[in-house]
Design a protein. Structure first.
Length: 318
């Protein structure tokens, strides 16, 4: 299968799956989800593969759902396509948990929405200090997908899981390490070295032992996934057809303030930390203002970053 949205290669018993849509911040659409599932199956069936490594091209690991596709679906009232994506991302998390081989995820930059929950499905996450995990659902009237609550509540406890989901607050790499979501933390320039060290250690272990451990963990914690999956998908479908979602998404786009001089939109009266900017042509870029508490600073920076006369933004707000 020739992939269009990901890259897949096997090097020294490691299957490397790279999300490769940096122009839309590696947002998930239907073709990308289907290709990821195909690659996971390839890794599972390949007897030479001991470890599946997942990484991403670009400065953003993933924005979660493809914002360009979400805008199209809302504009055209094609909500069914978004429900299909919700089904597929749940299947991806399921596959990552069920595969009898080690899954190691390498993150750098924002890991939002479904991608944040796929990270919890991985066996090991090695994160750069620039990583931030974001449950980006409640702001647009949705609930976590990709098995989010099922995975998070088991990983960090039900209270912390519900607090992250309800507030939509970003989880820093440091805090994710403390919570146990992240296995190793590294400065960006040392990330590759730390990954290599962990891989070297894991490659020395027994694949039969790894498979047995993963099966035991599954039986002890995750064997009722299917019943949860049905509930999650039913709720996602119900929420996606409600006005809360449609209006919430449109507010992110149309009720931000347009700066005609720079062709930009910005969000008033908030401390904005992460912008995902979608240009007219579908290109996406990530702008980060970790210490910004001035809307004028955001306005100035976004305007300066404009590469076309019009674009809209989606932001995650802490």
């Amino acid at each position: 299968m020739a992939y269009q949205t990901i890259r897949y290669e096997v090097i020294d018993s490691i299957a490397i799956l790279t999300l490769d849509r940096p122009d839309v911040s590696n947002g998930f659409n239907i073709p990308m989800c289907e290709e990821i599932l195909n690659a996971i199956q390839l890794a599972e069936n390949d007897e030479t593969v001991k470890i599946l490594q997942i990484q991403a091209e670009g400065s953003v690991f993933s924005v979660g759902g493809d914002l360009v596709e979400m805008k199209r679906a809302v504009d055209e009232d094609d909500i069914g396509s978004l429900v299909k994506i919700a089904e597929l991302v749940n299947n991806i998390s399921f596959a990552l948990k069920k595969i009898p081989k080690i899954v190691l995820m390498v993150t750098d930059g924002a890991v939002a929405g479904a991608a944040a929950n796929m990270a919890v499905a991985a066996d090991f996450v090695i994160a750069s200090s620039k990583t931030k995990f974001i449950q980006a659902f409640v702001g647009v009237g949705l609930a976590p997908d990709a098995g989010g609550i099922f995975l998070l509540s088991r990983a960090i406890g039900s209270n912390r899981a519900s607090q992250l989901a309800i507030t939509g607050e970003g989880l820093s790499a440091d805090k994710a390490l403390e919570y146990g979501i992240v296995y190793k933390l590294a400065e960006p320039e040392k990330l590759e070295k730390i990954v290599a060290q962990v891989l070297k250690k894991l490659l020395r272990g027994s694949v039969n032992s790894y498979a047995a451990i993963k099966q035991l963990v599954w039986e002890s914690q995750f064997k009722d996934w299917e019943s949860y999956r049905q509930l999650e998908l039913a709720m996602q479908e119900s929420l996606a057809y409600k006005d809360d979602f449609k209006e919430g998404f449109k507010i992110v786009v149309s009720e931000s303030i347009h700066d005609t001089s720079g062709g930009s939109f910005f969000f008033p009266n908030y401390e904005v930390q992460d912008f995902f900017v979608i240009h007219d042509g579908g290109k996406s870029e990530h702008l980060n203002f970790n210490n910004t508490d001035s809307v004028n600073e955001v306005k100035t920076n976004v305007s300066a970053a404009a590469v076309s006369s019009q674009y809209f933004t989606a932001a995650f707000i802490d």
